[in-house]
Design a protein around this ligand. Sequence first.
Ligand code: IPE
Ligand code: MG
Length: 224
Amino acid sequence: MDGNGRWANSRGLPRTAGHAAGVNTVRTVVEAAVRRKVGALTLYAFSSDNWHRPRTEVGAIMQLLVSRLPKESRKLAREGVRLSVIGRRDRLAQDVIRAIKAAETRTHAGTQLHLRLALDYSARGALARAARHLKSNRNGRPAAQDFESALAGAYHCEKPVPDVDLLIRTGGEQRLSDFLLWECAYAELYFTRCPWPDFNDAALDEALAEFCKRQRRFGRVPSA
Ligand code: IPE
Ligand code: MG
């Protein structure tokens, strides 16, 4: 979900207006993802490094969550979309945590799409926490599943942690920025200059069409 700030500034608006516009894109993209039968969609809403932004901007993003989650989660529940939030919760304000928990409870029965919102998320943070957890819990050598299980537990994810098939980055940058590093081991990467507030169903279709053209080999040779 990158490019909100630049989108707003290019219109002479404050960055926070870009974040508000970005919430509307979430709605558009969720509806498109349901139509396209995407099973799971993870949106990188706030990284752990985003805490270093000006206090007013961080506050505006948190306020958007508190003000929009109740109404949006009611819509998601009607559409059969299950919302979960991955990331750290210990640094979020109580009203944000309450809004998240209420939204997760309200949407828990959804089967059409699993929408994951990454909030105070850092892939390195999750990996480090998983490693610490394993170290303190085991004497023998942990298996890969043990690690995946610890990784899921570290940041409120499901078990097993789902692999990413397609990573779409909006806003023109070409980097991963500490997002789902373990889960993206074999992700197809798709970069678009389109800023998040302008991303829509046609843009998602373009990304999906590109994904369909990729040959995924997972380190093997193509089957004859
Ligand atoms: C992404 O947009 C949203 C968040 C990280 C909260 P940015 O705020 O990073 O927008 P740009 O990259 O400055 O345009
Ligand atoms: Mg950015």
